[in-house]
Write a protein that binds this ligand. Structure first.
Ligand code: ZN
Length: 144
């Protein structure tokens, strides 16, 4: 694959399914939804047909506060898909939300050297100009 090919390769678009459509519709408005169990109150991410703690099918969507901490991270210099090569280096992180669930996301508007495990982050959705879709990225709370 040539450099010219990778520079023009589009990023994959978000794939919405019946189970995830509410999540992606909220995400397009900048809201992060989690599932709350109506039986045991457990919060979970990603969308599943039942609670992973008690197996109740009584789960419903609830907006997250959009705050958490960096649980772990890496700085990507060689992305798994060539469409992200122009974005390198970028920070790929697992964020532990204040509600408990962890999710994979990007930490944006930062220098990779400024990132550390345990730092507070806040939701900062990013409109991807090449797909015209909003993804749920985070930024350091200290940069707010
Ligand atoms: Zn439950």
């Amino acid at each position: 694959m040539t450099a010219e090919t990778t520079a023009t390769m589009p990023k994959p678009r978000i794939t919405s399914t019946e189970r995830t459509s509410a999540f992606w519709e909220a995400a397009s408005q900048g809201t992060l939804l989690l599932q709350r169990c109506g039986q045991c109150n457990h919060m979970q991410h990603y969308a599943r047909p039942m609670c992973v703690a008690c197996w109740s099918p009584n789960v419903s969507w609830e907006a997250a506060a959009g705050t958490g901490v960096i649980w772990t991270f890496t700085v990507v210099g060689m992305p798994g898909h060539p469409a992200w090569r122009p974005d390198t280096p970028y920070v790929l992180a697992i964020v532990e939300l204040d509600e408990g669930p962890r999710l994979m996301t990007n930490i944006v508007d930062c220098r990779p050297d400024d990132i550390a495990v345990g730092q507070r982050v806040v939701l900062r959705p990013t409109l991807q100009p090449d797909t015209n879709q909003t993804i749920l990225t985070f930024a350091l709370a200290s940069n707010e």
